[in-house]
Design a protein around this ligand. Structure first.
Ligand SMILES: [Cu+2]
Length: 122
């Protein structure tokens, strides 16, 4: 009698656990999906033209990259002192950078310090 009661209880537990396991699997699948989506890097482009950066501000996810493309008539740099520095980017050339940490980075062109941009890395 005791054994049978225990057995029924165990069956009940197994039945109760089945939907829980399914929910678990769905949650896991959804988590894996999100992880894959978050890991897909995007490469953004900032154009250097008319002695300015376009767009002036750019928000990206950690893991994304930025390409500065010089469409202007003279060299420029993308320089956030102590964080990143493209060096001189020749006319028609570009420079790619992948931020290493979350943060907001103000940068300039060292040749034209009035040329300013902001990268926000989330
Ligand atoms: Cu410049």
């Amino acid at each position: 009698m005791i054994a049978r009661t225990f057995s029924m209880t165990a069956d009940g537990l197994r039945r109760a656990a089945a939907p829980l396991r399914l929910a678990h699997l769905l949650a896991l699948a959804s988590f894996v999906g999100l992880t894959v989506a978050a890991a897909t890097p995007v490469t953004h482009t900032v154009v250097m033209k008319a002695t300015s950066f376009a767009p002036l501000t750019l928000t990206l996810k950690l893991g994304d990259a930025v390409v500065w493309r010089n469409d202007d008539f003279f060299p420029h740099t993308a320089t956030a002192p102590g964080i990143f520095d493209s060096g001189s980017i020749a006319v028609g050339a570009s420079w790619k950078y992948q931020p290493k940490a979350v943060g907001e980075y103000a940068y300039i062109c060292t040749f034209h310090p009035n040329m300013k941009g902001i990268l926000t890395v989330e």
